[in-house]
Design a protein around this ligand. Structure first.
Ligand code: FMN
Length: 346
């Protein structure tokens, strides 16, 4: 979850990030995935984002990782490039012009010179720049490993660069990186292969996808099911299934609204093998707000794990609350920090 809290605008983590992410680990989350982190300065969603485009940013991430590990969780970082949606002021209402269009003088790049409504028109990346961007993802992933992260998550969702390449709504290229589903998938698959090579086989490689654009002519659940198989074959362990963000379409958001897409992806990759020799894992997300709802998704076999976004901003101890709600009595099986276990039962 973007925190927009790098006040120095240098992509370097501060005490805020260490305490914020460490708290969620102490609250019992199994894996804490750190916010969208820029692989290039121009790829940041806002000037206040974390970065991993420079070796000088590794130490700050190492502090975050140590705090997450001290809380007993696995540490993940989401690597992203905003493409045509980069360089926007943050959502923070204390920052002038919050949520307006693109900031002036931002080098806005994308697969094609097609603007996201309300944002500036980006320039289309050249093939040489595409290769540089793939390399930037790989370099950032190498730094993530140096910082100690267990999981590298690629941001392939919510209308950012990887998603922009995947979707016909934003990719009108006629070269090898567009023109057909195969062409539109090329960038994502190249990033996955380069990142897998950079992190080795022991680290978990996760990708977040928007399964549908919720818009005529955009990506569908069927497209994503096929893509998921190709991503696993290219080296992905975990598929984290979200939706939307590449068009201002009305999303029918309600409890568990994205779970059917996770279930479709899970079915598509069933029986495949990951580089580590395991089964690909599928994460469901989106208004999963109670322990009972989360448990139902898992018991019904719709996903292998669930993620919480806004609920985790409301409550760093959400897993303790859910354990209480579900009457979990085996503290070792629940993997909650022992210090807070007493909060899970009467
Ligand atoms: C403040 C805020 C920041 C977010 N930042 C990110 C992000 O950095 N990366 C990402 O993939 N999704 C991000 N999202 C989307 C959430 O991760 C999540 O997919 C979405 O909020 C739906 O899940 P929820 O109902 O559990 O919040 C953000 C959402 C919000 C509200």
């Amino acid at each position: 979850m973007c925190m927009y809290s790098v006040e120095n605008q240098d992509g370097i983590a501060t005490d805020w990030h260490v305490v914020h992410y460490g708290s969620r680990a102490q609250g019992g989350f199994g894996t804490v995935i750190v916010e969208a982190t820029g692989v290039t300065p121009a790829g940041r969603l806002s000037p206040y984002d974390l970065g991993l485009w420079d070796d000088a940013q590794v130490d700050g991430h190492r502090r975050i990782v140590e705090a997450i590990h001290a809380g007993g969780a696995l540490a993940g970082v989401q690597l992203g490039h905003g493409g045509r949606k980069a360089g926007t002021p943050p959502w923070r209402p204390d920052v002038e012009g919050a949520r307006s269009g693109t900031l002036p003088d931002w080098d806005l790049v994308a697969p094609s010179a097609v603007a996201y409504p309300g944002h500036a028109v980006p320039r289309a990346l050249t093939t040489a720049e595409i290769a540089d961007t793939v390399q930037a993802f790989a370099d950032a992933a190498r730094r993530a490993v140096a910082a100690g992260y267990d999981v590298v998550e690629l941001h392939g969702a919510h209308g950012y660069l990887i998603h922009q390449f995947l979707s016909p709504l934003s990719n009108t290229r006629t070269d090898a990186y567009g023109g057909s589903a195969e062409g539109r998938r090329r960038f994502a698959l190249e990033v996955v292969r380069a990142v897998r090579a950079a992190i080795g086989e022991d680290k978990v490689l996760d990708i977040r996808l928007s399964a549908t654009d919720w818009t005529e002519g955009g990506i569908t659940g069927d497209d994503t099911a096929e893509l998921a198989r190709q991503l696993v074959a290219a080296g992905v362990d975990v598929l984290h299934v979200s939706t939307g963000g590449n068009a201002p379409a009305q999303v029918p958001a309600g409890p568990g609204y994205q779970v059917p897409f996770a279930a479709q992806v899970k079915q598509a990759v069933d029986g495949m093998t990951t580089p580590g020799g395991g089964q690909p894992q599928v994460v469901a997300v989106g208004i999963i707000d109670s322990g009972m709802q989360a448990e139902q998704i898992l018991v019904a076999g719709l996903a292998d794990a669930v993620a919480a976004g806004r609920a985790a901003l409301r409550d760093p101890y959400l897993p303790v609350r859910w354990a209480h709600e579900l009457g979990v009595s085996d503290w070792q099986a629940a993997h909650l920090p022992i210090q807070y276990w007493r909060g899970a039962w009467r």
